[in-house]
Design a protein around this ligand. Structure first.
Ligand code: SF4
Ligand code: FES
Length: 549
């Protein structure tokens, strides 16, 4: 391993690593993401390696334990390259047959392939409806690389965007590309990333920071983890490019403390990036210095809020502060600090490598590019998907998700997790884009999509989210701390058949006060699921109200 000291050296290394890719006849990608790990993914990879060695296939077939392949409800998933044969729900007992049949005899083990109710058995990954309808740019390489191997990442084109940024573009030129691409923040707000970068860049002060918010804490949302655990260098590369454009010399990756595999992959990635000279002094001989530190959260949801997160990095109690002070201008130690979430940073190398024109051709007029969604709830194909903005909710639920489990009637899709809202089935043809869904009271948020069927009770759904939020409220402001508690009490009365129309009026008043007077997004948006449920599913609440006479 050598340190890269110039653009030329980088190009030479890239060439060598690319050529290594073609040395193997086959690569078997075994999913090592959280769901597949729990179902023996790593053991399957180990047994495959052992078997391959025993059968004299070493040097011809390589086994990679990778990040999440996306199709989590059908894991453990195995993909055999170059044919892209996909085996699902693989068990330890299947390993011998895979080696004998597929590797030695070139035959497909049909029973391990995907069975589509209409199309029958499907052997190839990209022909499976779950994958066919997706547009995978960010997740594309999750199944092709070992996330702990920087060489794998460079071989598939990694760090080329950074090299291009440092040697062929100016910081202002990069900022312009990001603005032209109209990259909007994927953490929930959808605020234009370029504009936010520019604010930090132009803010007073020599020392500036860039931060990856990897504190993904909403129930049912796990797409950031799929990116960062499966392809950590993609995010790191985006962060370094952002730092160069903004003029930051230090950066942080703010991680959840409770995911050892994620932490390990990020730590390994950072260590290797430092060894190769992509992080540290004089990056690739360009004269640009940038260092990154990993910071762990303290396990509370609100520490993912921008100002709370920055306090946490300073070593203080992670409490939000009023919004009139923008962290882009005055963040960590009151210095200009740019915070973007994992998915936002992951888009940056793609935009720099392929250009803003390429990027803005994907999606809708105001929502460009792709969006990662974690599909969960009463849906057949659950997991992490990547789709272009503009795709309809119907396409996501029925074509990618395969419809509801047990074929029950769809009731609604809930977007944006605890701070989102439900879209009833009659509106299922709405497109996935930031503005349309927000207009209907269900902002995309970070990208959790929960499918509800006819057996789901909206009051229970709302109470579930309120329980989560009341447990996570930091308690600093009354409308949030007391408001959520009071709403829960009133809803419980309604649930028991003791509530009245007056209680509904009181609930609406509290929601209004919370929205107007809470300090941070948790309190301001806590009422969203309830308000949307009252709007679209009023009959479910009304039917429980006590008759007043
Ligand atoms: S809105 Fe809630 S979570 Fe946010 S600062 Fe106030 S009490 Fe804390
Ligand atoms: S964890 Fe294996 S497919 Fe998602």
């Amino acid at each position: 391993m050598q340190r890269i000291n110039s653009y030329q050296e980088f190009l030479e290394l890239k060439k060598i690593l690319e050529s290594r890719l073609t040395l193997m006849e086959k690569t078997i990608s075994v999913c090592g993401g959280a769901a597949c790990r729990a179902l023996s993914g790593p053991k399957i990879a180990h047994l495959l390696r052992e078997g391959i060695e025993k059968k004299g296939l070493k040097g011809k077939v390589e086994v990679k334990l990778t990040g999440c392949h996306g199709f989590c409800s059908s894991g453990p998933s195995i993909i055999i390259y170059p044919e892209e044969i996909c085996y699902l729900q693989v068990k330890v007992e299947d390993v011998e047959e895979i080696i004998e049949e597929t590797l030695l005899s070139g035959r497909i083990v049909e029973r391990l392939t995907y069975e589509d109710p209409a199309l029958g058995r499907i052997q190839k990954l990209k022909e499976i409806p779950f994958y066919k309808k997706q547009t995978r740019y960010i997740l594309e390489y999750n199944s092709r690389i070992d996330p702990t191997s920087i060489e794998d990442y460079i071989a598939i084109g990694g760090y080329s965007a950074l090299a291009k940024a440092l040697f062929e573009m100016s910081p202002d030129g990069i900022l312009e590309e990001i603005k032209k691409a109209n990259l909007r923040g994927r953490g929930g707000g959808g605020f234009p990333a370029g504009q936010k970068w520019e604010t930090t860049k132009n803010a007073k002060g020599e020392i500036k920071y860039v931060i990856v918010n990897a504190h993904e804490g909403e129930p049912g949302a796990y797409m950031d983890r799929a990116i960062l655990e499966g392809n950590p260098h993609l995010v790191l590369e985006g962060l370094i490019i952002g730092a160069y454009a903004i003029g930051a010399k230090e950066g942080f990756i703010y991680l959840r403390h409770d995911s050892p595999s994620l932490k390990r992959n990020v730590e390994v990635a950072l260590k290797r990036a430092k060894e190769y000279g992509f992080v540290g002094k004089n990056i690739m001989g360009s004269g640009f210095d940038f260092d990154v530190e990993i910071h762990l959260d303290i396990g509370i949801f609100v520490s993912g809020e921008s100002s709370a997160l920055m306090r946490s990095i300073e070593g203080r109690v992670p409490e939000p502060r009023p919004k009139y002070i923008r962290t882009s201008v005055s963040g960590i130690y009151e210095r200009p600090s740019n915070l973007n979430n994992v998915e936002t940073w992951a888009n940056v190398p793609l935009i720099v490598a392929k250009g803003s024109e390429w990027y803005s051709a994907i999606g809708t007029e105001k929502s460009k590019g792709t969006k990662l969604i974690s599909l969960s709830g009463k849906i057949k194909n659950a997991g992490v998907i990547e789709v272009p903005f503009g795709i309809t909710l119907r396409e996501i639920v029925y074509e990618i998700g395969g419809g509801t489990t047990n074929g029950r009637a769809l009731k609604a899709v809930h977007l944006g997790s605890a701070m989102g809202g439900s879209i009833p089935k009659d509106l299922i043809d709405l497109p996935l884009d930031f503005d349309t869904l927000a207009e209907y009271g269900a902002p995309i948020g970070a990208g959790g999509l929960l499918v509800l069927d006819e057996t789901d009770d909206m009051l229970e759904v709302v109470l579930y989210f309120l329980d989560f939020l009341s447990g996570e409220s930091c308690g600093k402001c009354v409308p949030c701390r007391e408001g959520i508690r009071q709403i829960k009490n009133l809803l419980n009365r309604i649930r028991e058949g003791k509530g009245t129309k007056k209680d509904i009026e009181t609930i609406k008043e509290i929601c209004d006060a919370q929205r107007k007077a809470s300090l941070c997004a948790l309190g301001r948006t806590a009422s969203y699921p309830l308000e949307n449920a009252l709007k679209y599913f009023w009959h479910e609440f009304e039917s429980r109200l006590k008759r007043e006479g």
